[in-house]
Ligand binder design. Structure first.
Ligand code: ZN
Ligand code: ZN
Length: 286
């Protein structure tokens, strides 16, 4: 069943959230009664939450050498060495690494959309499994604090759950790393970033986030790992990371299911402007 997160659900969530929960529960029952299907293409597979061979083979796993700041793959970089990509040399981002399980492609996109809009909340476990190795590789789960990118309460009410919070919950279960859903607050509803240029995106998300009043006590000295589903333009992640830096965290990174890798995003498969995690197509709350 979908879990609502944030302070909103504890107070007066309207009928939309209940209906969302009911739909998710119905979906869970239907899922239970039907044979397991590939989350990428829907063909029947042997085990629940497994990809078929064709979809699995098409996934572009990330994790090789990359930019120290934004984790974009840099195949020629020496593993483990500090290196910056051109964009980060020009303007370092406010996070210390932005690893993702996968390069954004058709299957990664389908799974993310089915979680967010298709309410296939069970996909969060599968996604977190592939994301978790980026936490485990760091070898420091004791010091990690998982912080999902929060939704504004209006959007939380209309959707009934926050997909980033579901991912953080699953990551916490898989790795034992603690999570904090309320360290970062979404204090301003934001308009869709669709089709906006970089400067305008940054302006739209500026001021969208704030720290919880006691954030310093909870995050000081920790490696705060922002968790979200998709890293596209990164405007939302940068805005969130800038605010988290004020918490006294020793490090702030951004872990996602899939990220747009410019070289991998050629062709017409991707509508780059529609990918940012802020671009929930069902509603504009600005
Ligand atoms: Zn498949
Ligand atoms: Zn970079």
């Amino acid at each position: 069943m979908a879990r609502a997160t944030g302070d909103a659900e504890k107070t007066d969530a309207p009928a939309g959230a209940w209906l969302g929960g009911l739909r998710a529960a119905t979906r869970a029952i239907v899922d239970y009664a039907l044979p397991p299907r590939c989350p990428g293409c829907g063909v029947i597979v042997g085990d629940d939450r497994q990809f078929c061979l064709a979809c699995w083979s098409s996934l572009d796993f990330l994790g090789g050498p990359g930019c120290t700041h934004c984790s974009i793959p840099l195949p020629t970089a020496a593993p483990g060495g500090a290196v910056a990509c051109g964009a980060c040399l020009a303007e370092p981002p406010p996070f210390d690494g932005a690893p993702a399980a996968l390069a954004y492609g058709p299957v990664a996109r389908t799974v993310a959309l089915r979680l967010k809009y298709g309410r296939r909340t069970g996909h969060a476990r599968l996604m977190a499994r592939l994301m978790a190795r980026h936490l485990v590789v760091a070898g420091e789960t004791d010091a990690v604090l998982l912080v999902p990118v929060p939704l504004h309460r209006w959007r939380l009410w209309s959707r009934g759950f926050n997909q980033a919070a579901l991912l953080a919950d699953e990551l916490a279960q898989l790795t034992g790393a603690p999570r904090d859903h309320h360290l970062l607050l979404r204090v301003k509803p934001t308009a869709s970033l669709r089709g906006k240029g970089r400067g305008e995106r940054e302006r739209i998300v500026a001021g969208a986030f704030a720290l919880a009043p006691d954030a310093k006590a909870r995050a000081a000295g920790k490696h705060v790992v922002l968790v979200d589903d998709v890293h596209a333009s990164g405007a939302t992640l940068r805005a969130a990371a800038r605010v988290l830096r004020r918490s006294g965290a020793a490090r702030v990174s951004a872990l996602t299911w899939a990220r747009v890798v410019p070289d991998a995003a050629g062709g017409n498969i991707f509508d780059f402007a529609s990918l940012d995690s802020d671009m929930q197509s069902e509603r504009t709350t600005g």
